[in-house]
Design a binder for this molecule. Sequence first.
Ligand SMILES: Cc1cc2nc3c(=O)[nH]c(=O)nc-3n(C[C@H](O)[C@H](O)[C@H](O)COP(=O)(O)OP(=O)(O)OC[C@H]3O[C@@H](n4cnc5c(N)ncnc54)[C@H](O)[C@@H]3O)c2cc1C
Length: 374
Amino acid sequence: MERVLIVGAGIFGTMHAYFAHAAGHDVTLIERDPRPMSASVRNFGMVAVGGRAAGEELQVALRARELWGEISRHNRALTFRPTGSIVVATAENHLEVMHQVASYPDAADRGWQVLDRQEVREMNPGLQGHKVAGGLYCSQDAVVEPDRVLSELRATMEHSERFSYFPLTAIDDVTQKGSEVVATSHDGRKFLADWAIVVPGADHATLFPGLLSSAPLRRVFLQMARLEHPGVTLTTSIASADSLRFYPGYQGEALAGLEPIRPLVRDMVMQLLLQQRVDGSLTMGDTHIYEEPFPHEMREDCYELLLDDVESIIGVRPSVQTRWNGIYSQNTTGAVCVREKADERIVVVTGPGGRGNTLSPAIAETTIKELIHA
Ligand SMILES: Cc1cc2nc3c(=O)[nH]c(=O)nc-3n(C[C@H](O)[C@H](O)[C@H](O)COP(=O)(O)OP(=O)(O)OC[C@H]3O[C@@H](n4cnc5c(N)ncnc54)[C@H](O)[C@@H]3O)c2cc1C
């Protein structure tokens, strides 16, 4: 049994804790905030396989999807819903594009199937918008609840003497001394272990800034909102046809059949993603800004455009209850993450981009194997 210290308790830190603990190790999970408040709780909770790039990214996503399923089978309290997703066609040309996309060689791995208007409504009766023309269903997609998945996963370990959790503990330094690692907190506490996994999300500045500033990483800013219960049940995750433009899994000549992109959609790199939560409310997003410094204000024109798209797809325009932003760390090479050794016994893992919730179990599984069981 090895002592494994994990700095950062977002979905990456929590999944690394889960797989280290499952492998029989003694795990200490440390979080700066009173509860994790960053990307992992600000997202849609989507386990999104459908749009992943062909090749390694899709393979890792499929492994991750399998692991999400296994984790939920072993832990019935996990709010994991394998509901699939639909990219909704709101024009005939979208459907033509979807038919071509669904003929790509790996379409079956993704569980893609093109649906006409009636089939879409049979599968997801909440899609009563006047523009719905059909859709691209992805059977592999699933969802977890971002405001509870971290505590649900921690609860699977909390009964164990081999798991400790320290919120409100900002780590200022992680150093290897001989065959041990030492993490020092802001208030001078020392945490000793055999291995350290630093999973700081989009904080590229506090720990190992030299390593992270030279890594191929950028930060990305998104606008999000919660909408009131629309009065209908959405049985799948929803994306608008604009998502075909942005997700690598759909890229190809087929996209030439899309209409010209709306200027705001182009400038803000937007698409509608819509996820009904277990309480019936909706998580709506998103936009993308890649240039720092990021704004401190949310753009209302983006929310209005997304609400127009919601109305055209579900037939009602729910009111906005809350708005927030989120920042994630994205590697710019297309790799599934940046995983860099800071020392022989210290590894830093971040940069999964907008796929971190999806990929987290597969990335954590690999880190534990490569770092400790190599
Ligand atoms: C708006 C939005 C929507 C998204 N939607 C999806 C989605 O639907 N599906 C999907 O797959 N992905 C999605 N993503 C991406 C996904 O949320 C992220 O890739 C993922 O949450 C990253 O997890 P993380 O644990 O690395 O980072 P974080 O969630 O940022 O967690 C890092 C944690 O480390 C802590 N920390 C940092 N430094 C220290 C320190 N020195 N000491 C102690 N603690 C420290 C922080 O406080 C934080 O809690 C979305 C992201 C955003 C922003």
